[in-house]
Ligand binder design. Sequence first.
Ligand code: CA
Length: 233
Amino acid sequence: MSAKVLVVEDEEPLALLLRYNLEADGFRVQVANDGEEAKVAIDEETPDLIVLDWMLPGVSGLELCRRLRSGKATRNIPIIMLTARGEETDRVRGLATGADDYVVKPFSVPELMARVRAILRRASPERIANVLMVGDITLDRDAHRVTRNGRELRLGPTEFRLLEFLMQSPGRVFSRAQLLDGVWGRDIYVDERTVDVHIGRLRKAINRGREKDPIRTVRGAGYAINDMVAVNA
Ligand code: CA
């Protein structure tokens, strides 16, 4: 599915312009006119990126950004802030509040599009082909990159292959012997306890946040990765 961009902007012509250009670029777009609408939209479906106007009726863009950054489920959503010209201190404050980037109004649409793409390339590599996704975990085979909720995970080569193997068959339980065959290969002699060691390292790497542990230990049988529906609630 294509990436979803939430535009939070109360000026209708600008919101329409952004929608038009983002959709033309292949993104799914939702527009919210203020912070309340934005909250409802985010609760419904976590966007891959938010374009957030500084000046909004009610809750300001800055305050909204701060709230999103302090929310467990929303802290990793990339945010591009739209600010008025010349608000240098405000821009600095915007970034300090956790926006990933900002553009100054009036801005060039191609420039904003380029920044949206650049941030999504970093934050949501699952939008590129040859990618496995299970729950909130994304594994990019080409880039050799794993993210959870947009947060990049650092895995050793064995942990990467182990996760890749499990993610190919979400929900399926693999015995230690099957994991040895699939991940280490039949030709190499490795003790079955090695699997436990690497599962432990993998868990440590992917569960650094407060998300649920997606790896299930099945006593007497082996391991599986849960096909999670929503873990960032
Ligand atoms: Ca505005």
